[in-house]
Design a protein around this ligand. Structure first.
Ligand code: GLV
Length: 326
């Protein structure tokens, strides 16, 4: 019997071509963007694989509902904070993610946000459209150059390193903090210097958050950490919203305690705090780090490959370790 895969969201089918050929794949009906949690809960016992999106909660209740048939949760994202991993492992359900295709586009966006904030691109764009709202002189609308400035990368994984490459090409100095120091070869490749967390906060002109979200990184950047930053600092977050205390950040931006922020993710999901919306010195985007035509398909191919290889052999990007069922 063909394996059955339940996909929680509607996506271009191109990247799924091979999966659709081999397995019985269910997407939400045409015209609907996603299945609701309750719909997935109803349908799940009939499926071997749940293919979840990064904002779809995969909790104990849902995974227990999927048993005894559910054996794989294949997440469409590198982040997997939407999934209760210890429970998946306890229940013998494998979990996979999509590290490959997300790296470069997320680093592109982080770099784009740095540039947009530093050069006030969206700020002047907004005001230029309103008669009289912008002063068109040589000393109005000043921003900061990137060249010669220090970028502090919090989390020197794949995305952090891809950002370091862009920063180096723009003549920035790169420092980083990570749970574990990366190899001397990697440090050399990006001229990146390891520093303690506090030193990074105190000495960086730009700070980019690139750590995974877990209970250990909740509010990693809060009032106390912001207090240590330079008044000209620019904070960029393309990782997960709750890593930054959003209201503390909004307060710092409104009071010009730091110079600006570029945010692709928000503490309360798609409910961006009004305090952040009110900050002209914040450039905000709606979690679009991987939202390009190319990458949406590449991620679909990657999740498909994870599923096919899980059953047929070959490389799989596992995020937990479980005994394969007979
Ligand atoms: C996107 O946010 C991802 O985790 O891939």
């Amino acid at each position: 019997m063909k394996k059955r895969v339940l996909v929680t969201y509607n996506m271009f089918r191109t990247g799924y071509a091979e999966l659709i050929k081999k397995y019985d794949v269910t997407f939400p009906p045409e015209g609907r963007e996603t299945f609701t949690y309750d719909e997935v809960y109803e349908m799940l016992p009939e499926y071997d694989v749940l293919q979840s999106m990064f904002n779809f909660p995969v909790d104990r209740k849902l995974m227990e509902r999927g048993l005894p048939r559910l054996e794989l949760v294949s997440n469409y994202a590198v982040g997997f904070d939407n999934i209760d991993i210890p429970t998946a492992t306890e229940l013998g359900i494998a979990v996979t993610n999509t590290p490959g295709p997300v790296t470069e586009p997320t680093a592109d966006l982080a770099f784009g946000l740095m540039l947009a904030v530093a050069r006030r691109i969206t700020d002047v764009d907004r005001r230029l459209r309103i008669p009289g709202a912008l002063e068109w002189t040589l000393l109005a609308n000043l921003g900061y150059s990137l060249g010669g400035k220090t970028l502090g990368i919090l989390g020197m994984g794949r995305i952090g390193q891809a950002l370091a490459r862009r920063a180096k090409a723009s003549c920035m100095n790169v420092i980083y903090h990570n749970r574990h120091r990366v190899s001397p070869e990697i440090e050399q490749q990006y001229d990146a210097k390891y520093v303690e967390f506090e030193e990074l906060l105190k000495t960086s002109d730009f700070i980019s958050v690139n750590v995974p979200y877990s209970k250990d990184t909740w509010h990693l950047i809060s009032k106390e950490q912001i207090e240590l930053m330079k008044p000209t600092a620019i904070l960029v977050n393309t990782a997960r919203g709750p890593i930054v205390d959003e209201l503390a950040l909004a307060d710092a931006l409104n009071n010009k305690r730091i110079w600006g922020a570029g945010l692709d993710v928000f503490e309360f999901g798609d409910k961006v705090s009004p305090e952040i919306l009110a900050c002209d010195n914040a450039v905000i985007t709606p979690h679009v780090g991987t939202q390009t035509y190319d990458v949406r398909n590449e991620m679909a191919e990657f999740v498909s490959r994870n599923i096919i290889n899980f059953y047929e052999g070959g490389p799989v990007a596992f995020v937990n370790k479980v005994e394969k069922r007979k």
